[in-house]
Design a binder for this molecule. Structure first.
Ligand code: CA
Length: 152
């Protein structure tokens, strides 16, 4: 390997939040329906189909997805790795915030932002905390009471 050359390492900050969200939705659609179409991605992300078409071209050029005869759009290994990572981050953060009885829309909005910026160590902390809090409901309760006390 020559100096300055580096392998693509999917992780926080490697790809834009938009790219991560597209890959996340494409994987979800493929898992749920067996295929991902531009029209479904546009609906899921609430953006125009023209934008989706442009982004799909970009993801293709960047080697994150490809088109296969009969199967349509599929993620490459790297694309799938990123999609799985963002899906996992989304789930861990949602599990944590759901403990405290926060509003679902609020949780979703916060998680949509946080999932693109959280580092692996911080995510691990939250995952471990969630596990421990699930077996210590008194701590969850005291946090809920603090929220209530502060009128949040
Ligand atoms: Ca997302």
């Amino acid at each position: 390997m020559t100096t300055g050359e580096s392998e693509i390492q999917p992780g926080v900050g490697t790809f834009s939040p938009a790219v991560e969200d597209y890959l996340e939705q494409i994987l979800r659609l493929i898992n749920e329906k067996g295929y991902a179409r531009a029209v479904d991605i546009a609906a899921a992300l609430n953006i125009s189909q023209a934008s989706v078409t442009n982004m799909i071209k970009r993801l293709d050029v960047e080697g994150l997805l490809k088109h296969e005869k009969y199967r349509g759009m599929v993620l490459t290994e790297t694309g799938e790795e990123i999609a799985k990572s963002i899906t996992q981050r989304h789930q861990i953060l949602t599990d944590f915030l759901t403990l405290f009885g926060l509003d679902d829309d609020l949780i979703n909005r916060d998680v949509e932002g946080m999932e693109h910026h959280i580092s692996a160590p911080t995510l691990k902390v939250i995952q471990e905390l969630t596990l421990r809090l699930k077996s210590a409901p008194e701590h969850v309760q005291s946090v809920k009471e603090a929220l209530k006390r502060d009128g949040i």
